[in-house]
Design a protein. Structure first.
Length: 272
C-alpha cells in the first residue's frame, strides 16, 4: 500500500480510546518535578494521542505511485478530526477537520492534564489549592478545565505580552478584557505578561470555553460585601463584570435596590 499521509489536511485520527489514555508516570515524573509533597505527583495523566493515517490505496505492480489523491479510507465520507490542540493540555480538537471553513471557527476538545504549562509567579513559590509549586515546575498535576472551575469567580489567565512592555501595550481592560501586568519586572522567569479574563483567554487561543457559564460566574467581579451579616458560604458579590468601570449610582449597574461602594462596586444586598 501507499505510505503517503492522507491528504485531508494530514488530519490527526483519534484512537477509539477517546475517554483518555492513562499513561503512568513514576520515578521519571518525580525526577522532573521538585514538588514539596509526594501527593502532588499524579499517579496517572489523562491525555489523548492521535496518529496521521497513511493512504490505503494499493500501488499497482511495477509502478511507484497510484493514480488519484491520497486518502486514509475507501469511504469518501469517512470522518477526519481537526488536528489543532489545546495549548495547555494538548487535547486534540474533536470537530471535523474542515469545521473552521464552514463558519464554526472555535476548536473544542476533552481536556486533560496541563502537560504543556509551567508555573510562573512574582514569588519563588506559589500555592494552587492544596498544591505547592516552584516557578518553572510543570503544571501536569492540574486538569485543564478543572483548574478554571477551581479558580472560580473573577479569575484571569496570563498570556505572553506581544507588545514587549507596558509602554507599547495597546489593550484596555474594559473594552479588550485584557491588560498588561504592571509588575513585569518581578516575574521570576524574566518574561512579561498580559492578564486576560477567562472568556477572553479561550477566545484568544480559539477554543470553546470548557466551563459552563453561570456555574461559578467566572467572568464576574470578585469583590464582595464585607458586612458581617453575610455568612462566608453566601457572599454578596458585585453584580458587574470583572475589571468593570467604577459606577456611582445603582442605575448604572441596572439595579433599583442595593448599594454602591466608594470604589464603584454595585451590590444587591441592603443593610440598616
Amino acid at each position: 500500500d501507499c505510505a503517503i499521509i492522507c491528504e485531508h489536511n494530514k488530519t490527526t485520527f483519534i484512537a477509539p480510546n477517546f475517554a483518555g489514555e492513562q499513561i503512568l508516570y513514576s520515578s521519571i515524573l518525580t525526577q522532573k518535578t521538585k514538588r514539596r509533597h509526594a501527593a502532588d505527583v499524579p499517579d496517572s495523566v489523562c491525555c489523548r494521542k492521535g496518529t496521521d493515517k497513511p493512504c490505503v490505496k494499493p500501488i499497482p505492480p511495477f509502478r511507484k505511485n497510484h493514480e488519484g489523491g491520497h486518502f486514509c479510507s475507501t469511504d469518501e465520507n469517512a470522518f477526519h478530526y481537526c488536528k489543532e490542540k489545546c495549548r495547555r493540555c494538548c487535547g486534540i480538537c474533536v470537530k471535523p477537520f474542515d469545521h473552521a471553513s464552514k463558519g464554526d471557527v472555535r476548536h473544542k476538545t476533552i481536556h486533560g492534564n496541563m502537560v504543556n504549562i509551567t508555573w510562573t509567579s512574582t514569588e519563588e513559590d506559589l500555592e494552587v489549592g492544596d498544591h505547592k509549586y516552584k516557578v518553572g515546575e510543570s503544571a501536569i498535576a492540574e486538569m485543564c478545565d478543572a483548574f478554571c472551575y477551581r479558580s472560580g469567580r473573577g479569575h484571569s489567565h496570563l498570556y505572553p505580552c506581544d507588545a514587549g512592555g507596558i509602554e507599547n501595550c495597546p489593550y484596555d481592560a474594559v473594552t479588550d478584557r485584557r491588560r498588561h501586568r504592571p509588575d513585569e519586572q518581578k516575574w521570576k522567569d524574566g518574561e512579561c505578561y498580559d492578564e486576560v479574563t477567562h472568556d477572553k483567554y479561550w477566545e484568544t487561543i480559539n477554543f470553546e470555553d470548557p466551563c459552563i457559564q453561570g456555574v461559578c460566574d467566572i467572568d464576574m467581579c470578585k469583590n464582595y460585601c464585607g458586612n458581617p451579616d453575610h455568612p462566608e458560604e453566601s457572599k454578596s458579590y458585585c453584580v458587574l463584570k470583572l475589571w468593570h468601570q467604577p459606577v456611582e449610582t445603582l442605575s448604572e449597574a441596572s439595579l433599583t435596590v442595593g448599594w454602591v461602594s466608594t470604589k464603584g462596586h454595585a451590590f444587591t444586598c441592603t443593610h440598616e
